[in-house]
Write a protein that binds this ligand. Structure first.
Ligand SMILES: NC(=O)c1ccc[n+]([C@@H]2O[C@H](COP(=O)([O-])OP(=O)(O)OC[C@H]3O[C@@H](n4cnc5c(N)ncnc54)[C@H](OP(=O)(O)O)[C@@H]3O)[C@@H](O)[C@H]2O)c1
Length: 260
């Protein structure tokens, strides 16, 4: 799984998402994160086909939406996603949110999809430790990835430790706090110190924590900026400084209290 990918939430279906994905692939991204709920799988699929990069060199993630959870409905939702993407497999299929009373049946469907070779990996998103424990109590295959909100104001220390202990790769969503990282004075200071941008400081912090990251942008200069994070290293002291910005603050919904 690539350490860095392009997120496409809120990239408009059609020209906007197609341009973003094609630009990203042209400048070297090999991983794209979409979801049925984003309504842009058709554009992602078209951009991948037109990118000129062979499908097997790319890592495509999509997710089953909450209203499709359950065994049969997940199998059907997966087929619909593949059809929209114009693909015969995905690299990673995720349960988008831990819908109470549903996610275990959904997981059984993901296990079948994985065994059938139609998703190279399967995982979850927005699962807290108790959700993972509950899921794994009955699962035959354990989740390979947990994609969660993660940034300097929500550092997810306990969840990351738990996932690491269980061999579950953590992946960060909203890594840039939707661009807000640029307004945090401590991050701006580190950016000046390393000659990098605030976004690059934070993405580098993700990588040095062993967290896969998927910043979203539809702008070429930012798509390039966000990928230019492999030529410097934050000191342990500066990693700790970023860790110290934790406030357990969510910009997105709370996985223990959502109503969608
Ligand atoms: N599993 C889930 O429940 C879940 C939830 C949310 C998101 N996600 C995934 O995670 C991806 C990333 O999260 P996100 O899109 O919510 O937030 P994000 O990546 O933290 O921030 C994206 C926002 O920041 C701007 N931006 C991008 N690069 C920037 C830079 N270098 N400097 C300043 N601003 C920048 C973008 O604007 P422009 O596009 O105008 O550049 C966009 O408004 C999503 O696209 C999606 O794939 C998953």
């Amino acid at each position: 799984m690539p350490w860095l990918g392009l997120g496409v939430w809120r990239a408009q279906e059609g020209g906007e998402v197609e341009n973003a994905v094609k630009t990203a692939i042209r400048v070297g991204y090999r991983s794209i994160d979409t979801a049925a709920m984003y309504g842009n799988e058709v554009g992602v699929g078209r951009a991948v086909r037109e990118s000129g990069v062979p499908r097997e060199e790319l890592f495509i993630t999509t997710k089953v939406w909450n209203t499709d959870q359950g065994y049969d409905s997940t199998l059907a939702a997966f087929e619909a996603s593949l059809q929209r993407l114009g693909m015969d497999y995905v690299d990673l299929y995720l349960i988008h949110w831990p819908v109470a009373g549903k996610y275990k049946e959904t997981w059984k469907a993901l296990e079948k999809i994985y065994r059938d070779g139609r998703a190279r990996a399967i995982g979850v998103s927005n699962f807290q430790i108790h959700h993972l424990e509950d899921l794994m109590a009955d699962a035959e295959i354990k989740p390979m990835v947990n994609q969660v909100e993660f940034h300097p104001h929500l550092t997810q220390k306990e969840l990351r430790a738990y996932c690491s202990q269980h061999g579950i790769q953590v992946e960060a969503w909203r890594p840039l706090m939707k661009g807000e990282v640029a307004n945090v004075p401590e991050i701006r200071e580190l950016a000046a110190k390393y000659g990098k941008t605030p976004a690059q400081i934070v993405l580098r912090w993700n990588l040095q924590h062993g967290v896969v990251t998927i910043p979203k942008s539809v702008k070429e200069y930012r798509i390039r900026e966000n990928a230019d994070v492999f030529d410097f290293e934050l000191s342990q002291e500066d990693m700790a400084k970023l860790d110290g910005l934790n406030r357990n603050q969510r910009f997105g919904p709370d996985p223990d209290n959502f109503d969608f």
